[in-house]
Design a protein around this ligand. Structure first.
Ligand code: ZN
Length: 263
């Protein structure tokens, strides 16, 4: 099912630009009036910061890329399926979990990754957005479906109301996985959508973006409102941080989104 043309047609080639001194790209879906401000940010053009420094700078980067008055929330990610609703006035803007949501246009949401898939969701009419961190564990556990449930419960957003953009992640070209991953996905809610293309060489590969996009489409997000930014972190290591390419020294890419201002 995940091989249907519908999913492949959602892929767009990343068009690289510069934002806050970093390699950056955006989704054409959200280059229109009323769309949520967003950016997928990779490496700095010069020099590499430590993961700690990257984290400390997220508020600054959000202000420089998305808008002046913004605060920023980030996650203490734990490869689970918990989503947290946050507002700019919250005391804790770095809660534990793997997804953030807000309808507060004064707050940017940030997810960091270095091969895992960032998923950004927006309900333009209600002005609600979410940022989700989906690695293989979160994907296997169906975090993308939990995100849809969360948006419905917190903001009244139906799947048909949503835009979804899937950002740079390790691609099916490079993401060789073990049987433990295949089994975890097979036990989870996305099992019917999974396609571990062995590539004719007996090796399991997983395309996180394709799997999660297929889940979004099946859950009722309109095909024309799903976009996959086709940039494999490992293939594009000159622009993006990649755990598979760099190991534990890898920095982190930032995916940022803020709620659109609605009247
Ligand atoms: Zn690749």
């Amino acid at each position: 099912m995940s091989r249907t043309p519908e999913v492949w047609e959602r892929r767009i080639e990343a068009r690289w630009e510069s934002a806050a001194g970093r390699h950056a790209c955006r989704a054409p879906l959200w280059e229109t009036p009323g769309a949520p401000p967003h950016f997928f940010l990779g490496r700095r053009h010069a020099g590499a910061g430590s993961a700690e420094r990257e984290a400390a700078e997220v508020s600054d980067v959000a202000r420089r890329t998305l808008g002046g008055g913004l605060r920023a929330a980030r996650l203490r990610q734990e490869h689970g399926v918990a989503l947290r609703r946050v507002r700019a006035g919250d005391a804790d803007l770095s809660p534990a979990g793997d997804g953030l949501s807000t309808d507060d246009p004064d707050l940017a949401l940030g997810v960091q990754s270095a091969d895992c898939l960032p998923i950004l969701l927006a309900d333009r009419r209600r002005g609600a957005v979410a940022a989700v961190h989906a690695g293989w564990r979160g994907s296997a556990a169906g975090i993308v479906l939990r995100a849809l449930e969360h948006l419905a419960a917190e903001y009244g957003s139906a799947a048909a109301d949503l835009d979804a953009v899937l950002g740079p992640a390790v691609g099916g070209c490079c993401y060789e996985v073990g049987d433990d991953v295949r089994q975890a996905v097979a036990r989870g809610p996305l099992a019917p959508l999974a396609d571990f293309d062995p590539g004719g060489c007996g090796r399991l590969r997983l395309d996180l973006a394709r799997l999660n996009a297929a889940a979004l489409l099946q859950a009722g997000v309109a095909p024309g409102r799903v976009q996959i930014v086709a940039a494999c972190t490992r293939c594009s290591v000159e622009r993006l941080h990649s755990y598979r390419a760099e190991g534990s020294q890898a920095g982190r890419n930032w995916s940022l989104i803020a709620a659109p201002r609605v009247r």
